[in-house]
Ligand binder design. Sequence first.
Ligand code: ATP
Ligand code: MG
Length: 648
Amino acid sequence: MSDKVYDVPAAWAHKAYVDDAKYKAMYEASVKDPNAFWAEHGKRIDWFHPFTKVKNTSYDPGHVSIKWFEDGITNVAYNCVDRHLAERGDQVAIIWEGDDPSESKKITYRELSAEVNKFANVLRNRGVEKGDRVTIYLPMIPEAAYAMLACARLGAVHSVVFGGFSPDSLSGRVADCASKCIITADEGLRGGRKVPLKANVDAAINLLPPDSVDHVVVVRRTGAAVDMTPGRDVYYDEAAALVTDECPAEHMNAEDPLFILYTSGSTGKPKGVLHTTGGYLVYASMTHQYVFDYHPGEIYWCTADVGWVTGHSYILYGPLANGATTLMFEGVPNYPSVSRFWEVIDKHQVNIFYTAPTAIRSLMQAGEEPVKKTSRSSLRLLGSVGEPINPEAWEWYHRVVGDNRCPIVDTWWQTETGGILITPLPGAIKLKPGSATLPFFGVVPEVVDAEGKVLSGACEGNLVIADSWPGQMRTVYGDHERFEQTYFSTYPGKYFTGDGCRRDADGYYWITGRVDDVINVSGHRMGTAEVESALVAHPKVSEAAVVGFPHDIKGQGIYAYVTLMAGEEPTEALRKELVAWVRKEIGPIASPDLIQFAPGLPKTRSGKIMRRILRKIAEDQFESLGDTSTLADPGVVDDLISNRQNKR
Ligand code: ATP
Ligand code: MG
């Protein structure tokens, strides 16, 4: 924990929307009378019929129900596009920067409107209606934004699946929400490499019962020849040539679903996190404006992929609802060189830059020169999201990237929260490297101990949120019981975040990481269970347990303990085969870094694997294994220690 404090720069205190006094007053008002506060801020979006009710939420065990602005009628695409046309039709809405630095494109709000309307008509011609689920499996190209907004325009519920997922993961996500339509591209392009998206879609559909998917819309990205199934598959450009650029925006209730996004699934199969229309958009747009102190005309860049919630809320919906210029990047930080981020900032004169600690850590390895040779003089604010940022990386980001000039907003939030919950506001809150600092308006964090006792003052424990905010997820798609079980049963009456945290004497929050077993590899989160089940699916594997271990570049690496079927030989060739197997099953992001063959795994008497012991071994902390007396067979631990794999 760093004890350094960075004051709010003088220029910021005057120019930002919110200064220290205003933050305190607004925060106070927001938690004292949420109805009055959100009645006012709910008006920041346009409503076809205004709401008369504001907050109607209950965290009561067995009756968890979350509704905001429930009688209001609006449309998210209307708010992100149409309402800006009169005032800023010719302003750039999206700057697209391709994987190859020679490719970029600017799309004005007027052009965006035409593209979204056309895309909506293409979908409508394929029978997509209000309430239908549409799976989007696209690279970071403008069509991803058009497709998402087209769904919102029609009232269809999109489920974006990250393009790095395998056919297996994709098919599970298509099946879970029974989507009949998939939007994809011939191929994706990342870091100069091609990703066979359409072939993956075909493979995914082959894993589903016949006739599960009626339509596949294929955007041409690389122009590669791909298999097209007649009657089912259509090229987007051919379909779009036949439609007009006018499609009415569906009237949506504030509580109608907007999208489903599957979390990485630490506790079994991935959860379909469901977000709805009104509260989500109010919260995403308000946080985008205040946290990034976004002022009209500024160029804003969030480097996330639209396959993650950060891409939903802070590339697309928040910025576009605010009439911002948002940059969308197809590539990766180190292609063609490790200066790419900084070159893009200079090329497009980016003012606000939002990325993840894993990217910062990997770029740090290359030293200062690739950064310092660029200007970056347009930058005024930096942001971080996805995992705790270690103070060393924070300082480097501040000093080297931001030239000691730009505040850093370390934003803590989750897929489930829809938007940022704990964060500095750059004109109001002093920064401490490694701390997400203080709650956003309307957010009531509490720290509880294992028994649920609310702790006060400086303390450490589990992070819960005591009351609802408009951007909160409404349910797990198709499984409300799982929603209640996962988030509201551990500490009845409160939303359990699953994260541990520390609160210091100034009331600042320091997130210490998740309480359960999710690993975060290069900013990509995955449940250990997902990797384990892939390993166990291999015919020679009988059992597997996966934990993270500290990895200099990736943040966390994947350490897999594998028990083989009786009679199978633990060879180097098999080790390689298993790594390739997981790559194929889940995707390259899930490749184990280290595999240890283990004749037995430490288990409780009830048969549960004790991951905390495996984690300690992977971390080289043999002396702090803790109590092993409850193990069914304590002897396995010695074997695990003596055969531990060396870190690369
Ligand atoms: P799953 O819920 O399936 O296990 P996940 O929690 O890894 O997946 P996300 O919703 O994308 O998926 O990530 C949210 C989590 O990321 C938070 O709960 C927290 O652990 C971590 N996180 C995000 N931002 C920050 C931050 N600024 N500081 C510390 N941790 C963060
Ligand atoms: Mg989570």
